[in-house]
Design a protein around this ligand. Structure first.
Ligand code: ADP
Ligand code: 3PG
Ligand code: MG
Length: 396
């Protein structure tokens, strides 16, 4: 995939650069940034623009304010956090477009950083409204998109601006595309194992379909596995599963059987009657699940089997925690598999917001993985083989 990068910009010095980042980060109750991974991942781009004397105007969304001003979703704390990381002032505008923004931009000097207010405080952003997009474009001379996490959205600041300004990928966008693209090609080192967990089939179906015929093993966990177990005829008790997706699940399994691909479901599972930190758990074979039992993690035997398969894999893609890993009693499957994968010598790609969060909060060495994507939905759509508007706009 050939995209225009920062290297393709003839001159950065003195130029007003509209930089779209994905600073949609988790916040504490008091509004402070709880996890600054996405901010840190865009620092190389911001620093480069600063060092080269660009005048960087940062745009980001935060949450889903639905086109209205939401005081709890202002970017003020995010700008302060960025300021600390950069050790340089970041001037934050209290609005997106308007006199205040124009004044702040007019006062910018080479190397300065300005941040606009949450770009989703107006409905025109998500509508990619032409007049708004044009006015936004008038604030700058070059558009750089570093927001891989929002690349699946066709919004004014993620795609629309490219119709008005020279559009280039930021360093994070470039890094994500470089890490993920080989997975869509025939260059994958085999055996390829795809691990699926998490909650909803719909959000995974694209990747599953895209890797049918390519992957050697599918390892399934999480609530997703419950739907497949139910489709295979098991009683899943009161586990979370999707009744209306049984047919979809059955078709996927039949498809795998025909192709002689290994679609592996848990053989034993961790069950509890309640979801809490104090929950009493039981590791049982799947055929023994009944009554009000809830499947909340993969069992010990299954975990070992999954690690055995990972051991012989050369490429591993993982999307979705293998259990309800937010709670200690149900995190062992995810933790053990993550620890094993981090140590195993192979290409390992982690995608999905909750999967990346789980890896961080479980204290796994992040350097053990080839790539942990900053994208949730964007990464999933990319690996599904879909065209992402934010990336299409950067193609040469
Ligand atoms: P990602 O964001 O990485 O794509 P998902 O959003 O699909 O992942 O799924 C993550 C969610 O799935 C987590 O909130 C996790 O607690 C939940 N989950 C995983 N396994 C189970 C389970 N057995 N029962 C209920 N919820 C589960
Ligand atoms: C994300 O967190 O996945 C991105 O920031 C996109 O957010 P959205 O799903 O609200 O568009
Ligand atoms: Mg999720």
């Amino acid at each position: 995939m050939k995209i225009r990068t920062i290297e393709d910009i003839p001159e950065i010095k003195g130029k007003k650069i509209l930089l779209r980042v994905d600073f949609n980060v988790p916040l504490e109750e008091n509004g402070e940034v709880r996890d600054d991974t996405r901010i840190k991942e865009s620092l190389p781009t911001i620093k480069k623009l600063m060092e080269e004397g660009g005048r960087t105007i940062i745009m980001s969304h935060l949450g889903r304010p639905k086109g209205k001003v939401d005081e709890s979703l202002r970017l003020t704390k995010v700008a302060e956090h960025l300021e600390k990381l950069l050790k340089t002032p970041v001037k934050k505008s209290p609005e997106i477009l308007g006199e205040e923004t124009e004044k702040i931009i007019a006062e910018m000097e080479d190397g300065d950083i300005v941040m606009l207010e949450n770009i989703r405080f107006t409905p025109e952003e998500e509508e990619c409204e032409p007049e708004f997009t044009k006015k936004l474009a008038e604030l700058g001379e070059i558009f750089i998109n570093d927001a891989f996490g929002a690349a699946h959205r066709k919004h004014a600041s993620t795609a629309g601006l490219a119709e008005h300004l020279p559009a280039h990928a930021g360093l994070l966008m470039e890094k994500e595309i470089k890490a993920l693209s080989p997975l869509l090609s025939d260059e994958i080192e085999k055996p390829l194992t795809v691990i699926f967990g998490g909650a909803k089939i719909d959000t995974k179906i694209g990747i599953i379909k895209n890797f049918l015929g390519k992957a050697d093993y599918f390892l399934v966990g999480g609530a997703l596995a419950n739907t497949f177990l139910a489709a295979a005829g098991y009683n899943v008790g009161e586990s979370l599963y999707e009744k209306d997706k049984i047919e979809t699940a059955r078709n996927i399994m039949l498809d795998c059987e025909k192709r002689k691909e290994h679609f592996i479901l848990p053989h034993d599972v961790i069950c509890a009657e309640e979801i809490s930190e104090e929950a009493q758990t039981l590791d049982v074979p799947v055929e023994d699940v009944m009554g009000d039992m809830k499947i909340l993690d993969i069992g010990k035997w299954t975990t070992e089997k999954y690690c055995d398969i990972l051991e012989k894999s050369k490429t591993v893609i993982w999307n979705g925690p293998l259990g309800l890993s937010e709670h200690t009693p149900f995190q062992k499957g995810t933790k053990t598999v993550a620890e094993f994968l981090a140590k195993h010598d192979c290409v390992s790609i982690i995608g999905g917001g909750d999967t990346a969060d789980a890896i961080k909060s479980l204290g796994i060495d992040e350097n053990g993985f080839t790539h942990i994507s900053t994208g949730g939905g964007a990464c999933i759509e990319f690996l599904s083989g879909d065209k992402l508007p934010g990336i299409e706009a950067l193609k040469k």
